[in-house]
Write a protein that binds this ligand. Structure first.
Ligand SMILES: C[S@@+](CC[C@H](N)C(=O)[O-])C[C@H]1O[C@@H](n2cnc3c(N)ncnc32)[C@H](O)[C@@H]1O
Length: 189
C-alpha cells in the first residue's frame, strides 16, 4: 500500500515538474505568453454591469448573434452570459490547457458555448458581433489592431478594466468599487 501511495506521489510530482517546464519554455519562446494576464475571473460590479449592458447591445444587433470572450479563463463570465442570453452563441478562447479543460467541463451542458484551447491571436475574429474581454494592458494595443483588421464594422467591444491605447472609447463607464478594476470601456469598431 505504502509503495503504491509513493508511486502516485511520484507521478503527481513528475506531472507538476513537466507542467512547470512547459510554462518556462513558453515564457522563453512566446512573447504573448510573457505578457500573459493573471487568472482572475470577472467579478463584482463590473461583471454585473457587463451582464446587464449586454442586453441592450444584443437587442440592438437583433438577438441570436455570436459573442467572443478572448481569454475566457474558466468561463466564469461566459457561463453567466450564456445562461442569461440562451439565443446567442458564445465562444471562449483560452490557451492554458488546464484552465480550458475546466472551462469545457463547466460549460459541457450549455449548448450555446464552445471553448477553444489556443492562442486567441491565432483565431479569426470575423464571425463575432460582440467581443467581451478582461485581459491585461500590455496586450491591448495588439488586440485592438486585430479587431480593427478582422471584425465587421459595427462590432462592439466591452472591455473590463483595460483599454485600447490607440482608440478612443465610445463610452467609459466608471464603476465605484473597492478594487483597482474600476472602469469598463465600450468601443464600436
Ligand atoms: C483575467 S482572465 C479573464 C477570464 C474571463 N474572461 C472572465 O472575464 O471571467 C484572462 C485569461 O486570458 C487568458 N489568456 C491571456 N492571453 C491569452 C491568449 N493570447 N490566448 C488565449 N488565452 C489567453 C489567460 O490564460 C487568462 O485565463
Amino acid at each position: 500500500m505504502i509503495t503504491f501511495i509513493l508511486f502516485i506521489i511520484h507521478i503527481i510530482l513528475l506531472a507538476a515538474l513537466i507542467y512547470i517546464w512547459t510554462l518556462i519554455i513558453r515564457l522563453i519562446i512566446n512573447p504573448h505568453f510573457r505578457e500573459c494576464p493573471p487568472f482572475i475571473p470577472s467579478f463584482g460590479k463590473q461583471k454585473k454591469f457587463i451582464l446587464a449592458r449586454m442586453k441592450d447591445e444584443i437587442e440592438k444587433k437583433g438577438g441570436n448573434i455570436s459573442i467572443l470572450d478572448p481569454g475566457c479563463g474558466i468561463a466564469t463570465l461566459l457561463i453567466s452570459l450564456a445562461k442569461k442570453y440562451p439565443d446567442c452563441n458564445f465562444v471562449g478562447i483560452e490557451w492554458r490547457k488546464i484552465t480550458a479543460k475546466i472551462a469545457q467541463l463547466r460549460t459541457h451542458n450549455l449548448k450555446n458555448v464552445k471553448i477553444v484551447c489556443q492562442d486567441f491571436f491565432d483565431y479569426p475574429f470575423n464571425d463575432f458581433q460582440i467581443i467581451v474581454c478582461f485581459l491585461m494592458q500590455p496586450i491591448m494595443q495588439e488586440l485592438g489592431e486585430k479587431i480593427k483588421n478582422e471584425c465587421q464594422s459595427g462590432t462592439i467591444v466591452i472591455s473590463n478594466t483595460f483599454y485600447f491605447p490607440q482608440i478612443k472609447p465610445d463610452e467609459l463607464i466608471k464603476i465605484n468599487g473597492l478594487y483597482k478594476f474600476n472602469d469598463v470601456y465600450i468601443y464600436k469598431f
